[in-house]
Design a protein around this ligand. Structure first.
Ligand code: ADP
Ligand code: ZN
Ligand code: ZN
Length: 802
């Protein structure tokens, strides 16, 4: 007898281990690790992943596997191992690690059925619910008032509940008509079929004349102007056959990508690529930091490195931050590598994502360009992993498993013995510090491709503007520069950092701020429907005309939302054509790309937008970039706020003057003397790095210390406080004196969706006992978490401290 070790689809402490199942003889030699199966688990049938096979088991009574979901493994042995690594390093359940590696479409859905075990005892009035195979859907009993009776019958073993596992999504197929008859048979049939059946004759003529053997049904009916019954008749005669043909939903199917050839590299690019090429050649793992200013030609280097990898017959993984935001990047890879590229990003539908994943799984592509989760691409012969804009926080998953794509990349790079390249103009302090220590090899590209060099940056002190009577959100300088661009027919980009507390509503008399009744956060004003909206839970309410607290009329919204900026802009510069890009104008699929296309086609003079326009855009005619509010990021309660501000300002400035025309940048701010603003204006990353490292050292933050964040949430405040207190003091007893435990304190956002949030932060250098201690915390509260909806989240190396 062969047994399969199976991880079942129940994310819980007690089930976070392999269970042994018998492999029925018919599947012996067929079932392999990495396949999904359906197994009995207690009274249920659930999905499980086979992680290993064995000849003996120590379990006394084993049950057989019920059915197979996959006919070939969907997880490679490498990924099965990587799941264990994820479990140990992010403290998640193995099953959650598996789920994170697969497209959502492969997550199991369960259908609940009621099965009749003894039809003779079934009450007559229930008969009609059950079909001839004695089954009924559980939900069919909804609203019938029979639930209690059903439960009784289950206890009496007349009925039985079972769950059927379904894939959420099937493959997409189209109906295809296939000619099954030979030429002679066709001729024969034509003589037999009545001449009045014109459609059938037209069909047969089509196949005789064209010699085609297979055609899509829809197209056939359209081309010949016939109905589906004619096809049916010929199918009955055995001349044609109707089959389902599998199709990929290719989001880029109708687009043409002009083939691009590798460019001759500059000497700077050559210096950067050469160590990477020798790593590829020698097949050794090495981490590289490609520290290159915006527009220094990093992408061209990535593509030529990928090319070298493909020539060795290996595969490449390229991560870009939320790729739907940078269609230009996709275009560049598609143009260079054509149909060898799969693209995976959150802008795709579930089916499209699944299809892209399947291209990788079937080895039909050799390159994947994708957002965070593409790091789990099931390639088996990886030759390079590239992470572009490695400082982007979207590489950290904020949900279990709370992994960082960079760590996974290094782990996979070690397994495949291939180079891992981290590219950025503003590397994270963690990454740059490792490069300084020699853990990663540093590749510097400090010159821009264009002769223009870096754009000149001017800082405007908005307090000064106010003092001189300018109440507008545009400084006089920025306005003047916008005007000049209009006259010259050049383009401008205006950037508004909207995250934070930008467009909240406040009473000018009493200071009352409208907050969400479910979350401790102010509501954001939306002009379109004159509503206030919570960005955490979606709560909405109408705007009040007077202050609910003091009845004052001086009740208005503050800060600058993109809509408000657009309004003021059209007032100040009536002739300007403006494209606004924010969550409201880009919520529809494809609209993001369309707007960028319009701007690229010079159908607008000014592109106004939030975060989403900061990255990767490359338009030759943009000669002015304006940052309306540089400070919003600075004021968030996060030790990385300066770093984030510096990165953002540098990225935004990088959008100007990337080609023949020189670029100018205007940064408006209320804190012009802040080092992150000042050093961004002089493009001084190294200066910023040194200054920030000193502060981090003094305050014991990463990269000098590691962080762990424990967040406790519950509907009752007292519960949250006591649990967090207990956890904090428990950890205090378990850890060394070197560890610093901050808290318990309320999280910066103290309540979300009616749940209170408390946290403690652990700062440490070396704590061999930490993982174990955190695990036992979760174990200790397991029953409360199951029964009382208490939640404890553990985030090792957190990026969001809110
Ligand atoms: P980065 O990714 O560092 O921001 P890009 O790769 O976008 O920089 O390069 C900036 C511009 O320079 C792009 O328009 C690109 O096509 C061009 N470019 C890059 N490398 C070369 C080269 N070797 N020769 C000519 N043009 C190049
Ligand atoms: Zn008031
Ligand atoms: Zn809310």
């Amino acid at each position: 007898m062969t047994y399969a070790s199976v991880i079942v689809d129940v994310p819980a402490k007690q089930t976070d281990r392999a269970f042994d199942y018998e492999i029925p003889e018919k599947w012996d030699g067929f079932i392999q690790p990495g396949m999904r199966v359906v197994v009995p688990f207690g009274p249920r049938q659930i999905q499980g992943f086979v992680i290993g096979l064995k000849e003996t088991t120590s379990v006394k009574k084993t049950r057989p596997i019920s059915s197979l979901i996959d006919i070939s493994p969907i997880l490679t042995t490498e990924l099965l191992q990587l799941a264990e690594w994820l479990r140990d390093h992010t403290l998640c359940f193995t099953i959650s690690a598996f789920q994170a590696m697969l497209p959502a479409a492969l997550k199991a859905k369960y259908e609940k059925w009621i099965l009749v075990k003894d039809r003779s005892k079934l009450p007559p009035h229930l008969e009609l619910f059950f079909d001839s195979s004695n089954r009924a859907r559980f939900e069919d009993f909804e609203g019938t008032g029979h639930y209690r009776l059903i439960k009784q019958l289950i206890d009496d073993e007349v009925l039985e509940v079972y769950y059927e596992v379904k894939d959420k999504l099937s493959k997409k197929t189209v109906k295809v008509i296939v000619l099954t008859a030979s030429k002679e048979e066709l001729k024969e049939a034509k003589n037999k079929v009545s001449t009045r059946a014109q459609s059938q004759h037209r069909l047969m003529d089509f196949f005789m004349e064209t010699g085609q053997k297979k055609i899509e049904k829809k197209q056939l009916l359209e081309d010949l102007q016939i109905g589906t019954s004619a096809v049916g008749a010929l199918v009955k005669l055995g001349i044609l056959q109707e089959v389902d043909d599998e199709r990929y939903r290719d989001p880029y199917a109708n687009r043409e990508f002009a083939k691009s050839e590798p460019l001759a590299l500059t000497s700077q690019q050559q210096q950067a690529i050469s160590p990477i090429l020798s790593s590829i050649e020698s097949g050794l793992h090495e981490g590289y930091v490609m520290f290159g200013v915006t527009g220094s030609g990093k992408t061209e280097v990535y593509m030529q490195a990928v090319d070298a990898v493909l020539k060795k017959g290996k595969e490449a993984i390229v991560l870009v931050p939320e790729i739907s935001l940078t269609p230009q990047m996709v275009n560049r890879f598609k143009s260079r590598f054509g149909s060898d590229v799969a693209v995976m990003h959150s802008g795709l539908g579930m089916g499209e994502k699944y299809d892209e994943w399947r291209k990788i799984h079937r080895k039909e592509v050799k390159v994947v360009v994708g957002a965070r989760s593409a790091i789990f691409a099931p390639f088996e012969n990886v030759g390079i992993i590239i992470i572009d804009e490695e400082h982007e926080t979207s590489y950290k998953q904020e949900d279990t498993p709370r992994y960082h794509a960079r760590d996974i990349a290094m782990e996979r790079g070690r397994f495949h013995q291939c180079p891992v390249v981290l590219g950025s103009a503003t590397p994270t302090l963690e990454t740059f510090a490792r490069a300084s220590k020699g853990v990663y090899q540093l590749l510097t590209m400090d010159k821009r491709m264009s002769d223009q060099g870096m754009p000149t940056v001017e800082i405007v002190d908005m307090r000064e503007e106010l003092r001189e009577g300018n109440r507008s959100m545009f400084s006089r300088d920025l306005l003047e520069k916008l005007q000049i661009r209009l006259e010259r027919g050049e383009q401008s980009v205006l950037f508004l950092n909207k995250r934070g507390y930008s467009s909240f509503v406040m009473c000018r008399d009493c200071g009352y701020v409208v907050e969400c009744p479910h979350c401790d956060i102010s509501l954001t004003y939306h002009r379109i429907n004159n509503q206030l909206k919570c960005h955490y839970c979606g709560y909405e309410e109408q705007v009040h005309s007077t202050c609910p607290s003091c009845d004052s009329d001086h009740f208005r919204f503050f800060g600058t939302g993109t809509q408000k900026v657009e309004e003021e802009l059209t007032k100040l510069l009536p002739s300007a054509r403006v494209i606004r890009m924010d969550v409201d104008t880009t919520s529809r699929k494809g609209s993001h790309e369309k707007l960028l296309q319009q701007f690229g086609d010079r159908k607008a003079d000014i592109l106004l937008g939030t975060q989403m326009i900061a990255k990767g855009l490359d338009f030759p005619q943009v000669t002015l970039v304006g940052v309306l509010t540089a400070d919003t990021m600075l004021n968030i309660p996060d030790f990385r706020s300066s770093e984030k501000t510096f990165q953002l300002l540098t990225q935004v400035s990088g959008r100007a003057g990337r080609h023949l025309l020189p670029g100018e940048v205007v940064i408006q701010t209320y804190s012009p003397e802040h080092y992150s603003v000042e050093l961004a204006s002089t493009h001084d990353y190294i200066g910023f790095y040194q200054k920030e490292m000193l502060l981090r050292k003094n305050h014991q933050y990463p990269p000098f210390y590691y962080l762990a964040l424990v967040t406790v949430t519950h509907e009752e405040l007292t519960k949250v406080v006591t649990v967090t207190e207990r956890i904090t003091s428990y950890l205090g007893g378990q850890l060394s004196r070197e560890a610093v435990i901050l808290g318990p304190v309320s999280s910066p956002i103290a309540r979300i969706k009616d749940r209170y949030r408390y946290q403690c932060i652990i700062k440490y250098k070396r704590e061999p006992n930490l993982h174990h201690a955190l695990k036992s915390v979760v174990e200790k509260y397991q029953s409360q978490m199951d029964q009382e909806k208490l939640a404890i989240h553990i985030d090792l190396n957190p990026y969001m401290l809110m």
